[in-house]
Design a protein around this ligand. Structure first.
Ligand code: PAF
Length: 298
């Protein structure tokens, strides 16, 4: 297999992309923080399909960015211990048919004198926006920069970070960024655990218990579909997670699937989202809750 071309500067990135554009090719972007797993590689494959629907694979190029973005981590969070594996990531991206790995360092992304910030509201409110108050402003800033640097036709994000996906959709619309934002369903282990780079932090015993997060969500969706009151269902999820050894639950919430407004009853298409701590690892997950007309559960 050919080694994957790697660029580290905006200038080198732009000259590669310009050559593709001159050849009439479309460009897709998969933004990542590295430590890639099978879920990321599915994003790459999906990006290739989306950027040139119906066209031959050669007419579309996929860029994957790998950058552990310091502006989305608070000082007490896991920026320093976030897993990094440049060589492994490059090999995995090559195997998934990626065309270019963009690997800027912090100075390339935020040069001396950098003075711009983005403050997100709307879908950034609540949930991870409370537990990790810097996160979505930092995500908005770096993704806006990546969109400007790569200038892709389409960018693909995993639904595992569902709140992040809605935040990206929001600022892309708000700032008139000419990029199509696409979500891709969460890729899971056989036992249901959502793939995440942070799963590497789990001890074997924690890894064994962690799939309870997804099972609790599935049980909750079934209860909501039967008409159980939302407050009762959310309380049951918390109790079940505590029993499974999750030390702390940051949130379990039912939200409108597109605006992320909190919902106290089922009705519109919704999303059930959770974040909980297993040992030193904060895990997040979410599932769709289909919409119902005329349902009156409180
Ligand atoms: O989901 C991630 O990996 C990151 O938040 C992203 C979108 C690459 C921005 O740093």
């Amino acid at each position: 297999m050919e080694p994957l071309p790697i660029v580290r500067t905006v200038a080198d990135l732009r000259s590669r992309v310009a050559r593709w554009r001159q050849a009439g090719e479309s460009v897709a972007l998969v933004p990542t923080m590295g430590a890639l797993h099978a879920g990321h590689l599915e994003l790459v494959r999906h990006a290739r399909r989306l950027a040139s629907p119906g066209a031959s694979p050669g007419t579309c190029r996929v860029v994957a960015s790998v950058f552990v973005n310091p502006t989305q981590f608070a000082p007490h969070e896991d920026f320093d211990r976030y897993p990094r594996d440049e060589a492994g990531d490059a090999a995995k991206l090559a195997s998934a048919g990626c065309d270019l790995m963009y690997l800027p360092d912090a100075v390339e992304m935020y040069p001396p004198g950098f003075a711009t910030s983005i403050v997100m509201a709307g879908p950034a409110g609540g949930m991870c926006g409370v537990a990790r108050p810097l996160m979505f402003n930092g995500v908005a800033l770096v993704v806006t920069k990546l969109f400007g640097q790569v200038q892709p036709d389409v960018a693909v994000f995993g639904e595992k970070d569902y709140q992040q996906l809605q935040v990206v959709r929001r600022f892309t619309r708000d700032l008139d960024l000419p990029v199509r934002v696409e979500g891709m369903p969460t890729v899971r282990e056989a036992d249901g655990l959502a793939l995440s780079s942070r799963n590497a932090y789990l001890t074997p015993a924690e890894r064994h218990r962690a799939p309870e997060l997804y099972r609790a969500l599935q049980t909750a969706v079934a209860a909501l579909e039967r008409g159980s009151p939302v407050a009762t269902v959310l309380a049951d999820v918390r109790a079940r997670l505590a029993a499974a050894g999750f030390e702390r639950v940051d949130y379990v919430e039912l939200r409108d699937a597109s605006t992320l407004e909190p919902l106290e009853r089922t009705g519109p298409p919704a999303r059930l989202l959770v974040a909980a701590w297993m040992g030193r690892t904060r895990l997040i997950d979410n599932v769709a809750v289909p919409g119902f007309d005329g349902r009156d559960s409180v």
